[in-house]
Design a protein around this ligand. Structure first.
Ligand SMILES: Cc1ncc(C[n+]2csc(CCOP(=O)(O)OP(=O)(O)O)c2C)c(N)n1
Ligand SMILES: [Mg+2]
Length: 558
């Protein structure tokens, strides 16, 4: 029988080491995490096998990094966390990734089944399932590699985080198999039945003003090109949800984002549609303005791969299938019926009026403060077009959604599926790790940044080409505006001015404070040759309230 000493000397055969190495052999090349006794050996083996591990400073940061990495690349990263509090620290970010359908594998230490009095003991399975992630487990030394393989395949196929529980006693046992199991082939995406395609084509051809709204499901399915072709063939207006911005970047039929971030002409055109085709979009109240945007539409059709996601919202027809496959079949059907691709000048002319930068507003820069809208427009001009844009949550969220343009949907990381403040910095670090060739821009509030400060050190240590833009109103603006308007005591959600630039410098970043346009010059200089992260503390006028927020509290949804 092995002694503990012999087992640790022979690391390659320990379950922990074999599983860590297996993830790399199965194609996962990047990991983020915080190491402790329950995940050290597995992570060490992942690195020894050839993987790259980035140490985060908080597990919430680590899981958000995997989220950003997963959205930009479409590939799962490994998250490595300690049992108990290591996993609870990561859970909000895991919930975000579950809701946004981002694949990732979380290797989580777990207490030994018999360790009933361990301080670390919680019901990890129930915890992760409660936020929509999947719980998997290393069951024994004989199945460990198959267990790891299955966890990864599920993350890929179910497009969500899978948390692999790794009991610490089992991790030390000798593994029976030397090589990971071969993962099953990814299931081929299914299109809709021919009858459903014919019905969809009938509806499209009968419509006078059809509109396609594409959501994150369309991004995940890489359906952008097929949907753009559909727009051209059917003469449909194109819009995206906030999550899918960038999917139709530069397309002449693009109206913009559907919902609170619609410009007035965009909203008007969306409301004029008689047929709405929602593709991979869950149609939240944010996208539909509480249903009001589609009130006049005669038909609402939904295409989704998940029956759950497509149920409700009064759809007239739900077609189950992969967004790209269904759309391609629909294009083929229209072509077969002789409905040829042609230009639709009236849609193009209408779409040209939609961009937010063309809408007028009254400049509101007080002394020492900058208008967040004109600041965003100036920022857009200072940045190279090749960029990844990452957005945290809060009142400020509309400004980047309205004024910053990603070149495509994989370059837009809108970390708002769980609507949690403070996940953006981690996601931006993961996105920047995934695309070291280009600039990553994070838009975040002062509240969100102060919630995620530990990862400033990570950003500096990794020397990323990351621009952190804090819309700093010294407040939880998302609470100040609605509660202030209703007569509440907003001193509870206002704070003294914080010198975020000084905090950035202390963590090892370059930093500038922006109070007027001239202060943006160092940003343009940095963008021309970025050499490590730069933090911009933009002191924005706290009195400017976005129309989308006013609309939201008038309509009564959080
Ligand atoms: C984790 C979490 N805590 C609290 C909230 C409630 N909340 C929504 S927005 C917000 C304020 C965020 O402040 P900041 O990042 O400065 O952005 P601002 O609204 O000021 O633009 C808060 C506290 C939340 N959504 N998520
Ligand atoms: Mg704020």
């Amino acid at each position: 029988m092995d002694t503990a000493g012999e087992r640790s000397a022979d690391r390659v055969t320990a379950v922990a080491a074999a599983v860590g190495a297996a993830f790399f052999e199965l194609g996962v090349d990047t990991a983020f995490g915080v190491l402790g006794s329950g995940n050290f050996v597995a992570t060490e083996a992942f690195v020894a096998a050839g993987g790259t591990f980035h140490a985060a400073r908080h597990e919430g940061g680590a899981a958000s990094m995997a989220d950003g990495f997963g959205r930009v690349t479409g590939r799962p990263a490994l998250v490595s966390v300690h049992q108990g509090p290591g996993l609870t620290n990561a859970i909000t970010a895991i919930g975000e990734a579950a809701k946004a359908r981002v694949p990732m594998v979380v290797f989580a230490g777990d207490t030994a089944p018999g360790a009933l009095r361990s301080n670390f003991r919680i019901d990890q399975h129930a915890l992760v399932e409660s936020v929509g992630a999947r719980a998997e487990r290393l069951h024994g030394p004989r199945s460990a590699l198959a267990d790891a393989t299955r966890a990864l395949a599920r993350a890929r196929d179910e497009r969500r985080p899978v948390v692999l529980m790794a009991p610490v006693d089992l991790q030390e046992e000798a593994v029976d198999e030397a090589a990971p199991a071969t993962p099953p082939p990814a299931p081929l995406p299914a299109g809709a039945a021919p009858g459903a395609i014919a019905t969809l084509a009938d509806l499209l051809l009968a419509a006078r003003r059809p509109l396609v709204i594409a959501g994150r499901g369309a991004v995940v399915a890489d359906a952008g090109e097929a949907l753009a072709e559909l727009g051209e063939r059917a003469g449909a207006m194109l819009a995206t949800t906030a999550m899918a911005k960038g999917l139709f970047a530069g397309h002449p039929h693009l109206l913009g984002i559907s919902g609170g971030f619609s410009s007035p002409p965009t909203a008007e055109l969306i409301a004029s549609a008689d047929l709405v085709l929602a593709v991979g979009a869950s149609l939240t109240p944010w996208t539909t303005r509480e249903g009001s945007l589609f009130a006049a539409a005669e038909k609402l059709v939904r295409i989704d791969v998940e029956a759950d996601a497509a149920v409700g919202e009064g759809a007239d027809l739900v077609v189950l299938g992969d967004a790209a496959e269904v759309t391609a079949a629909l294009c083929a059907e229209l072509a077969e019926r002789g409905h040829d691709c042609r230009r639709y000048p009236e849609i193009e002319a209408a779409a040209r009026r939609c961009a937010w930068r063309l809408q007028r507003f009254e400049e509101a820069s007080g002394p020492g403060q900058i208008d967040p809208r004109s600041f965003s427009i100036a920022l857009e001009a200072a940045l190279p077009t090749e960029r990844t844009v990452v957005v945290d949550s809060g009142h400020f969220v509309g400004w980047p959604a309205m004024y910053l343009e990603p070149p495509d949907a994989r370059s837009w990381v809108f970390v708002n599926a769980f609507q949690a403040v403070g996940l953006g910095l981690g996601a931006a670090i993961g996105a920047a790790v995934a695309r070291p060739d280009r600039v990553t821009v994070l838009a975040i509030g002062d509240g969100g940044l102060l919630m995620s400060l530990p990862e400033l050190e990570t950003a500096a240590r990794l020397g990323l080409r990351l621009l952190i833009v804090a819309y700093d109103d010294a407040a939880y603006g998302a609470e100040v505006h609605p509660f202030g308007a209703a007569g509440h005591d907003v001193s509870l959600v206002r704070f003294p001015d914080t010198d975020l630039a000084a905090i950035g410098r202390a963590a090892g970043l370059g930093a500038v404070t922006v109070r007027e346009y001239a202060d943006l010059e160092p940003v343009a200089t940095w963008a021309a040759a970025p050499d490590g992260p730069l933090l911009v503390d933009a002191k924005v006028d706290p009195a400017v309230c976005a129309e989308w927020l006013t609309l939201t509290f008038e309509q009564g949804h959080p």
